[in-house]
Design a protein around this ligand. Structure first.
Ligand code: PRX
Length: 645
């Protein structure tokens, strides 16, 4: 039995939702979705109000529409509608990589900046429906660029600044972006990231992209291509400070975001305008129990979905104060997070387990020497949080006072789906607890049979669903259906395994497909494999995840070299660098095992189950190896795994 942490009295006193209200709202959300979401859909401003609420089918061609006859503009919801009351209120607190650099940007300022960029983009020819790729560091211009796209009706695709030129090029080509917004260089932990140089390389193969807007962040020496590249500050200085937002249909795309799947190239997840904003804003308010004036900080990067929904869209739609941090947790010291909490009096703090685990390793002193008295609520996202890290976060960071919301969701889901609500839910360390409104988790076994009660299985989601869900994959509705709705008929398959306990709490156990989660970053094993085999000395590669103390999962690569090539330390380094170049540093293999052969079935299929077990040092439960073409391969792999300790 795990320990239970009841709702603290202090939290209960002011919380927006208590347990009775949770139960009542939840029941209604799944029994009367039209009534429930019809009401909550009004939390945002519509130009033309919707009359239809839900039109969803998880079967057949799979069609997901919410509020479909309503029209709105997301940027107007995040900015214009707040101006009467909040023109001089801070919207974004920006904390630079250097602790001496920070800024407060009011709703009035942000509105003007967004209008200017929207006008500048229009002058460059960007129209409703065009795609704009954003490759920026964590600077306010990232939020400005997102909102300017939303304002003119362009679909943004943010590419994380840690991705390589090749990865960036692939994402530009897939959606034919006509404009790219970047910076000269990024700054993280005192180190410069050559964003513009990466863009120059990427654009050598991208014909769709006609213009580049460059924000000056570091003033580093870069090359500007005449006619193609424009300085951000020049364009916005010339542009008008007001702009009329473009009227969008609720089901027009707002953004696409590439994420890894179990096979093939990254998938362009498409989120639309109305349902996404309703869901992002509603979850932001209730999951973080956001009250007027609270200072809220999500440490994610805007390159990931967490940054989209919970740094920019959710908080700004709610008129909240959102903190944006350019740096990293251990620069200049491992107290940085807590120094920033004290400096800006942060009340709500949302981060990833991997950050907690790496700070935990540094001991309590760097935390304890800071005050953190402003903190009221803590959050976790991106990967399972182990109970040790959970209790350390609770006891040391939160001084035992602050509830932790362990929020489970995915790029595809747009917003948080399984989570405690601070005033409603007793917590169990390591459990994401209960579903948010509209979310109906179903546990199924490998054959697709629905499992009842306290069980472990594959996590699916049944209708009615929630309005923030992805609608399709960019340019590939067939892959959308195959990836998410074909495994279990009539249900969305998450790719995650989970356990449901006797109290109906969910415990996410991790991916059950060929996706691994490295420091909360999703990586397809197939992507790393194809990067490895692109190296001229590699004949074959198989990649699996293995447990890693800090990262959650590490990347374990089995590599077979072409005949005549010898393994060496130099070659190992070369391959790691090669993958960094092909995909980016987040895909660097942690361990490479030279494998003269890989365990294959007689039909040539690599038996990954066995490779996972060997990587985990779990040789006792390899299962049936009799179907292997050459069972001796397994013994060789185990021998060399053991020899490297
Ligand atoms: O395996 C789950 C894990 O992260 C995956 C989604 O990754 P991504 O699309 O990059 O989105 C990350 C941010 C929402 C999920 O399939 N995951 C995410 N949050 C949790 C989690 N696993 C356990 N507990 C969580 N709270």
């Amino acid at each position: 039995m795990s320990e239970v942490y009841p709702v603290p009295a202090e939290t209960a006193k002011n919380a927006l939702i208590d347990n009775d209200k949770y139960n009542e709202w939840y029941e209604r959300s799944v029994k009367d979705p039209d009534g429930f979401w019809g009401e909550h859909g009004k939390r945002i401003d519509w130009i033309k109000p919707f009359t239809k609420v839900k039109n969803v089918s998880y079967s057949g061609d799979v069609s997901i529409k919410w509020f479909e006859d309503g029209t709105l503009n997301v940027s107007a919801n995040c900015l214009d509608r707040h101006l009467a009351k909040r023109r001089d209120q801070t919207a974004i607190i920006w904390e630079g990589d250097d602790p001496n650099e920070s800024a407060h940007i009011t709703y009035g300022d942000l509105h003007e900046r967004v209008c200017r960029l929207a006008n500048a983009m229009t002058d460059l020819g960007v129209k409703k429906g065009d795609r704009v790729t954003i490759y920026l560091p964590m600077i306010p211009e990232a939020a400005v660029a997102m909102l300017a796209c939303a304002r003119v009706g362009a679909v943004h695709s943010i590419v994380f600044g840690g991705f390589s030129p090749d990865a960036l090029a692939g994402r530009i080509q897939d959606c034919d972006s006509s404009l790219l917004i970047t910076a000269d260089e990024g700054l993280r932990g005192g180190r410069k990231v050559p964003l513009k140089a990466n863009v120059d390389k990427a654009l050598e193969t991208c014909w769709s992209c006609k213009s580049v807007i460059v924000v000056k962040r570091t003033g580093g020496d870069i090359h500007m291509v005449t006619g193609r590249d424009h300085w951000y500050h020049d364009l916005v200085a010339k542009a008008a400070p007001t702009h009329t937002p473009v009227e969008m249909s609720a089901e027009d795309p707002l953004f696409l975001l590439y994420t890894s799947g179990s096979t093939g190239k990254p998938k362009g997840v498409v989120h639309t305008t109305g349902g996404y904003l309703v869901y992002a804003s509603m979850t932001h308010q209730y999951v973080f129990d956001y009250h007027e004036g609270d200072i809220y900080w999500c440490t994610a990067d805007v390159g990931w979905v967490t940054g989209h929904s919970y740094i920019v869209y959710g908080p700004l739609a709610n008129g909240a104060i959102t903190l944006m941090f350019e740096g990293i947790p251990n620069y200049p010291t491992v107290s940085r997070f807590w120094d920033v909490v004290d400096k800006h009096k942060v009340n709500i703090f949302y981060t990833a387990p991997t950050a907690i685990r790496s700070l935990m390793r540094e001991g309590e002193e760097p935390v304890k020497k800071t005050s953190r008295a402003s903190l009221r609520l803590l959050g976790s996202v991106g990967e399972p949080i182990n109970p040790e890290a959970w209790t350390w976060y609770h006891r040391v960071v939160g001084d035992g006072r602050c509830p932790i919301v362990d929020t489970w969701w995915q790029t595809e889901t747009g917003g948080i789906l399984i989570t405690p609500l601070p005033g409603a839910t007793a917590l169990k360390p390591g459990s994401a607890t209960r579903p948010f409104f509209g979310v109906k988790p179903v546990m199924v076994d490998a054959e697709g049979k629905t499992l009842e009660g306290a069980v472990e299985g594959n996590l699916c989601l049944a209708e009615p669903g929630w309005p923030g869900q992805m609608r399709t994959l960019w340019g590939d509705h067939e892959r959308f259906k195959q990836s998410y709705f074909a495994t279990y008929q009539g249900m969305y398959f998450t790719g995650d395994g989970a356990r449901r306990d006797e109290d109906g709490y969910y415990w996410i156990t991790g991916r059950v497909d060929d996706v691994i989660n490295v420091s909360g970053h999703r990586m397809g094993t197939a992507e790393v494999e194809s990067a490895l085999v692109a190296h001229p000395k590699v004949a074959e590669a198989a990649v699996v995840g293995y447990p890693h103390d800090i990262k959650g999962q590490g990347i374990y690569a089995y590599v077979t070299l072409v005949a005549g090539e010898e393994p060496s330390e130099d070659l190992r380094k070369e391959l790691v660098n090669w993958v960094r170049k092909e995909i980016g540093p987040i895909a660097s293999p942690d361990l490479i095992q030279w494998s003269p052969g890989l365990p294959k079935t007689r039909s040539g299929k690599i038996m990954r189950r066995i490779l996972r077990k060997i990587a985990e040092n779990d040789f006792g439960s390899l299962g049936d190896t009799s179907t292997l073409a050459d069972p001796g391969v397994v013994d060789d792999l185990i021998d060399s795994r053991m020899n490297r300790g």
